[in-house]
Design a protein around this ligand. Structure first.
Ligand code: C2E
Ligand code: CA
Ligand code: CA
Length: 468
């Protein structure tokens, strides 16, 4: 058997994927099925090439779990970057001991692409096989390559979830993988001792389903360890093009996974009221501290903090916010709270009570992502709101779509009649910015002006674009 030059490291990389001998998973089975259908073959496999065997993670059209590596097709596929194809295996000495060739189903043709890890090791293949001599068309080869990349991505993602689990429970990744005999059907967690203490272990096949639970626990730890920081994105007044303030956008700087954007963890944090409350207060404290330290307050620049929809149902919120404002001696009118329409809808009267109390403190209230919910401006007028942020979905295409422009224009007019200012979010080019200015929109935020930045970078940006 000819081995790849980096065989030892390759096997190590395969072990780090923690996928060998795990139960079938729908996502892999579906990708294999797709490969078989596109390539019009009765068999498609996702294989992992181990030291002595070729093990099948997914096997469409086959019943065996593994074959010896020595005579396998895939042992060749992992030795090259692209496709490895055999039109007819009959009489090819390399495969004369391959049990799939010599016995049922009597494979004649093969085409496979390597599965590459993020470190660049070919750990297995996505391959199709047929019982008649055949070569794939160019389109089929292209599709097989694309599907192969998808399988590789899923293996990486799976590995990342396992690492995250390990980070949560503080033990070696390998121990997060269940013994295969626990089986595919196991949906329940079971307990075992970790370093002598009882701990919960999740079935590998449940990693994705349960990764939210891991994330939730890891979030709590992250809050304790101060792993959350805030980036700021400038907002400008369109008429003067002057910076009026910044939106605070939270970032999770995970010690192992690196920067995680809020889209990944806010929905999870929202599942646990105490987590989202802690996160909101953490962002608020950091934001006010920066605003004071960097002289934004003296310059009359406001800061906007996002409130979770759930927060409005929490009657303690206004009191907590007032206490933080007092701690920093921060002028309430320079704090904007951005709240999405959905926050008003679940329990309108409770949300209104909280908003009234917040407004009484003197903070500004802004409707975030306006237009994505189903609420009307007339309905929102019953709430003490000062600002409307038109969602990016309506702003992005106003240059190309008449209807989008009409919606934005009508919203601006109505909001003005109701005494609110309007900010357009997601402004990505200067032409859009000019158009918004032309229809009377008050403010803008988006990549055309600046991307979200850390405080140091923002200080430099501010110095260049808006010297004191
Ligand atoms: P959002 O409040 O609508 O924030 C604006 C998002 O759009 C930000 O994404 C920002 O980076 C991005 N963005 C800004 N300008 C542009 C642009 O021109 N083009 C495009 N394509 N995108 C632009 P980010 O930072 O990933 O935040 C995503 C969402 O996470 C926010 O949407 C907000 O709903 C939520 N979020 C962020 N920070 C917090 C927080 O501290 N608390 C809560 N509850 N939610 C937060
Ligand atoms: Ca926002
Ligand atoms: Ca928004």
């Amino acid at each position: 058997m000819v081995l790849p030059n980096d065989e030892c490291e390759r096997i190590e990389a395969l072990r780090r994927c923690h996928i060998l001998d795990t139960a079938p998973e729908d996502v892999f089975d579906e990708l294999a099925l797709l490969a078989a259908q596109i390539c019009r073959t009765p068999i498609a496999l996702i294989t992992l090439v181990d030291a002595k065997r070729e093990w099948f993670k997914s096997k469409f059209g086959l019943t065996v779990d593994e074959i010896p590596r020595e005579s396998s097709f895939c042992a060749y596929t992992i030795q090259r970057p692209g496709l490895f194809a055999i039109r007819d295996a009959l009489g090819d000495g390399r495969f004369s001991n391959n049990p799939l060739v010599v016995a049922e189903p009597k494979i004649r043709s093969y085409a496979g692409v390597p599965l590459i890890t993020s470190e660049g090791f070919a750990v297995g293949t996505l391959c199709v096989m047929s019982t008649v001599p055949k070569l794939l068309s160019k389109c089929q080869i292209r599709a097989l390559e694309i599907l192969g990349r998808q399988v590789s991505r899923w293996i990486a993602l799976r590995c990342r979830a396992a690492r995250m689990e390990a980070a949560v429970v503080g033990r070696d990744v390998s121990s997060t993988i269940l013994k295969p005999e626990v089986g595919h059907a196991s949906q329940a967690n079971y307990t075992e001792t970790i370093n002598g203490k009882p701990g919960t272990v999740y079935a590998t096949e449940n990693l994705f389903a349960s990764s939210r639970a891991f994330l939730l626990r890891r979030l709590a730890l992250g809050l304790l360890r101060d792993e959350f920081s805030v980036h700021f994105q400038p907002k400008i007044e369109l008429a003067s093009r002057q910076v009026t303030g910044f939106e605070a956008l939270v970032r999770w700087v995970h010690p192992e996974l690196g920067l995680i954007l809020p889209g990944e963890f806010i929905p999870v944090a929202e599942e646990e009221p105490s987590h989202i409350e802690s996160l909101t207060l953490c962002v608020l404290k950091q934001t006010l501290q920066r605003a004071c330290a960097y002289g934004w307050v003296e310059r009359g620049l406001h800061v906007a903090v996002n409130l979770s929809a759930r927060s409005l149902q929490d009657g303690r919120l206004p009191g907590l916010i007032m206490a933080i404002l007092e701690t920093w001696n921060f002028p309430a009118h320079l704090l904007v709270l951005e709240i999405t329409e959905s926050a008003f809808m679940s329990d309108f009267s409770r949300a209104r009570a909280t908003l009234n109390r917040l407004r009484a403190i003197g903070v500004m209230l802004s409707v975030d992502d306006y237009g994505t919910g189903y609420s009307s401006l007339a309905y929102l007028k019953e709430l003490p709101l000062q600002e409307l942020k038109i969602d990016r979905a309506f702003v992005t295409n106003i240059q190309r779509r008449e209807r989008d422009l009409a919606i934005v224009r009508a919203t601006v007019e109505l909001a003005h009649q109701l005494g609110m200012t309007v900010v357009a979010e997601g402004v990505e080019d200067m032409a859009t910015l000019e158009t918004l200015d032309g229809i009377g929109c008050d403010g803008a935020q988006g990549y055309a002006i600046a991307r979200p930045m850390g405080t140091e970078e923002l200080a430099v940006w501010l110095e260049t674009h808006c010297p004191a």
